[in-house]
Ligand binder design. Structure first.
Ligand code: AVJ
Ligand code: FE
Length: 445
């Protein structure tokens, strides 16, 4: 049961070409997101929840400089003087616009200069002999970091006022699923990983978890289902909400997902500068944990725990083994999941049959991040690596875990074990949810 997924032996040359590919893909995305708007838009703060786009760009370069140029490469600093400006713990997002940040042209040339040095470091690094170097971990970490900020920048685009500047093809259409829910049998499964080369500290180590039998929805909750919750007065009925959720719903005046507007009987939404009718069959997105939890209670269901989510996503009933992804051990391809900002919206249920789990749960990876009922914490045996500010300082009851990635997440930054977290009131992230339930008495032997 604890047999880890097979990780093929990869030569240093193969690691180098893989690293170059993921770093280039991340930079292409960062450039697309920052070249899409003018300089005024780059330095402006589009929401107090977000940094100016030009901060994200230089922050990505500064992290890359610190880990790969200075630490891994042992090279002289490029711009040590600006470290403090791009330290996320020194200045809150709301205060970042008033810092003496690099302007757009300087930020662009800074990240280019850092990247040129990093490609040189990569070509000379033995990629072994230190934990940071083994299996090119530090390079994978930096590529994931840039892609995480690319998703954050996409969220900033969604908050930005003005016309559309991003475009993408629609995702594949939905198909009907044979059932709305499946039974996930009770028993042990292996959660987390000790072998996935670029898994971050909070995904480690692997450990056996007992999960009681439960039913998991085969698809995420749709806009249409969520409209029924609104129409039935769900936002006005305290009984569906937790105490904290209800207090927040009252204080923030929540009445619908973020970016929705009602006109008569029709729901409209703003999506990257386009106003459109809310498509009923797409997964709902831009809801807080509290809204997800209230919907689930209204529906007579509940959110899955993080362990339940991961068992539904990774556990293979044929072997008892946990796989890297719902579809198996292969890296995500376009047939498996809606990832990588290829489409700027979630896909309807059944759009990725090749990505389903062995139990028949669809679209666990991609489309929308899925809120779980679990607080963010360390697995038994957790050790912070390579720095406590990635995960450790966020452990505790303030943050809820989200799983699976969204249409805005890149394949390098999502896995069956990947863990995201945010405050339960946040809605600017591309978050939706799916429901689970306990078996009725006598329903499962
Ligand atoms: C894992 C998405 C919560 O954006 O705060 C980026 C990722 N950490 N830079 C975040 C991260 C440092 C992190 N999340
Ligand atoms: Fe960061």
């Amino acid at each position: 049961m604890t047999t880890p997924p097979p990780i093929p032996e990869i030569s240093p040359e193969q690691w180098r070409s893989r690293v170059a590919a993921v770093l280039t893909r991340a930079r292409d995305r960062s450039q697309l997101l920052t070249d899409a708007v003018d300089d005024d838009d780059l330095v402006r703060q589009h929401s107090p929840l977000m940094s100016p786009l030009v901060w994200d760009l230089a922050h990505v370069g500064n992290q890359e400089e610190q880990w790969l140029v200075r630490d891994v490469g042992g090279r002289a600093p490029v711009r040590q003087d600006i470290d403090h400006l791009y330290d996320a713990f020194k200045h809150a997002r709301a205060d970042r616009p008033s810092l003496p940040l690099l302007g757009p042209a300087d930020a662009r040339s800074y990240v280019r200069e850092v990247r040129d040095k990093v490609l040189d470091v990569l070509s000379h690094s033995p990629l072994e002999g230190r934990r940071l170097l083994d299996q090119a971990f530090a390079f994978g970490m930096v590529a994931q970091h840039e892609q995480q900020h690319d998703e954050t920048m996409l969220a900033t685009h969604q908050l930005r006022a003005g016309g559309a500047v991003l475009a993408a093809a629609p995702p594949p259409p939905g198909t009907s699923l044979p059932s709305a829910e499946v039974l996930v049998p009770g028993g042990p499964f292996t959660m987390g990983t000790s072998t996935e080369p670029w898994a971050l500290d909070n995904e480690r180590p692997d450990h056996v978890v007992q999960v009681a039998p439960f039913f998991m929805d085969t698809a995420a909750v749709t806009n249409g289902a969520y409209m029924a919750f609104i129409d039935s007065g769900g936002y006005d009925e305290a009984a569906w909400w937790s105490a904290a959720g209800w207090a927040h719903r009252q204080a923030a005046g929540l009445t619908a997902p973020r970016f929705w507007q009602r006109e008569g009987d029709t729901w409209w939404r703003l999506r990257f500068g386009i106003r459109e009718q809310v498509p009923p069959s797409e997964p709902v997105v831009h809801v807080s944990f509290h809204e997800a939890q209230a919907y689930a209670a209204w529906a007579g269901r509940r959110l899955p725990t993080e362990a339940e989510w991961e068992k539904a996503a990774r556990w293979d009933p044929a072997t008892g083994r946990s796989r890297r992804y719902p579809w198996g051990d292969e890296d995500p391809g376009p047939q498996h999941a809606n990832l990588g900002q290829r489409h700027l919206r979630p896909a309807a249920a059944g759009a990725y049959p090749a990505g389903a789990s062995p139990l028949g749960v669809h679209q666990l990876i991609g489309d929308v991040w899925e809120w779980t009922s679990s607080d963010f914490g360390g697995y038994p045996g957790f050790t912070a690596f390579p720095y406590p500010e990635y995960s450790l300082v966020f452990f505790g009851p303030d943050y809820k875990v989200l799983r699976g990635g969204s249409f805005g997440s890149d394949a390098v930054a999502v896995r069956g074990t990947f863990r995201n977290w945010d405050y339960p009131i946040r809605r600017q992230i591309f978050a939706g949810f799916r429901c689970a339930r306990d078996p009725a008495p006598g329903e499962v032997r």
